[in-house]
Design a protein. Structure first.
Length: 342
């Protein structure tokens, strides 16, 4: 092929292409026929490099999580290194609530934790993407408290990975219900982070699990009573705190339906249990739970008071747990970072 013809083949005028500047990533993407994809990717890389360099020079930005300079212009101020520090959960977990299992529990036939055996929750299974600590916790804080809404898209994709764990057992059709905020909390914050995460997760699942028919129903469940911040509450106090806090707005809409309940964090599971009970009592066929992160239970030796005190201190719990039963102190010592629980 001579030089003139090669130049014609790679000429943009000769291809049915369009350039799209995406506001969510700040990068240049090209919609081209598959045969010319590699050539246009090379062109895009050449164009993007100086654009990123100029953007970063004129509008320098730092990662909201670690403070490092961002290497390229982006509407999501979180660097790639921080995203890489958000590992998926691993290890043995309760087949019902997803909590970490003790060694004696791992050998049981059903791999169900003691709490779920003693008081089975109304939901069938709970899954989470990661542990609520480190960069995962920082990113959730950035969304909820710093109002970096652009982070919801990437976090929603991580939530979609957690929901994907249910593919082998969950129904093909489900109503997706984000855990609601009380109207006073919603007014204060201005948005419901669970709803944002659910929206982006469903978009991702449309491509990865097209066989699922997941319908977002954000107004189906209501929080009718303002509850205390559960950060300093014991598990028993948390259960009391959310008792009677939820109501179904339209029982006909959920009667006989399978429900996927969504939230950002799960700690002791008190909120998940209360919401699931409300939905089942209203006629839901089944309830499944998915969260972006869950707290890690810190197992304490019962004969070591110093270990218990250290764990309670790390978890940021108040002295009100000193008189709680040992089992409740174990469940309360979650790495929740003093955040509201699910």
């Amino acid at each position: 092929m001579d030089e003139g013809r090669r130049r014609h083949v790679l000429s943009p005028a000769s291809l049915n292409v369009r350039c799209v500047f995406r506001s969510d990533s700040g990068s240049l993407t090209l919609d081209v026929p598959p045969s010319e994809t590699s050539a246009w990717r090379a062109i895009a890389r050449v164009l993007r490099s100086p654009l990123d360099a100029v953007s970063c020079a004129l509008l320098p930005a730092l990662c909201s999580l670690c403070g490092s300079p961002l290497p390229q212009f982006s509407s999501v101020p979180i660097c790639g290194a921080c995203w890489a520090e958000m590992p998926a959960l691993s290890g043995s977990a309760c087949a019902r609530c997803g909590d970490t299992l003790n060694e004696p529990e791992i050998g049981t036939a059903e791999t169900i934790c003691r709490a779920c055996r003693m008081a089975p929750p109304m939901f069938l299974r709970s899954v989470a993407y990661s542990v609520y600590e480190g960069r995962v916790r920082d990113a959730i804080h950035a969304l909820k408290y710093d109002r970096i809404h652009s982070a919801a898209r990437r976090l929603g994709y991580l939530l979609a990975l957690a929901i994907g764990q249910l593919a082998a057992e969950a129904p093909a059709q489900m109503l997706v219900i984000p855990v609601p905020l009380h109207r006073s909390k919603h007014t204060e914050r201005g948005f419901n982070q669970a709803r944002q995460l659910a929206m982006h997760a469903l978009k991702k699942l449309q491509g990865t699990h097209p066989e699922w028919q997941l319908t977002l129903a954000p107004d189906t469940l209501m929080r009718i009573r303002a509850t205390e911040s559960p950060a300093a509450l014991t598990p028993r106090q948390r259960r009391i705190n959310v008792r009677g806090a939820f109501m179904v707005s339209n029982e006909q809409a959920i009667r006989g339906r399978d429900i996927l309940l969504i939230d950002d964090i799960l700690t002791t599971g008190a909120t998940a249990r209360a919401a699931a009970k409300t939905l089942v009592d209203a006629g839901a066929n089944s309830v499944w739970v998915a969260t972006l992160a869950r707290a890690r239970r810190i197992h304490m030796r019962r004969d070591s008071r110093s270990a218990r005190d250290a764990s309670l201190h790390d978890a940021g719990n108040s002295g009100s747990e000193a008189n709680a039963p040992v089992d409740e102190r174990e469940q309360a010592s979650m790495s929740s970072g003093n955040q509201p629980s699910f």
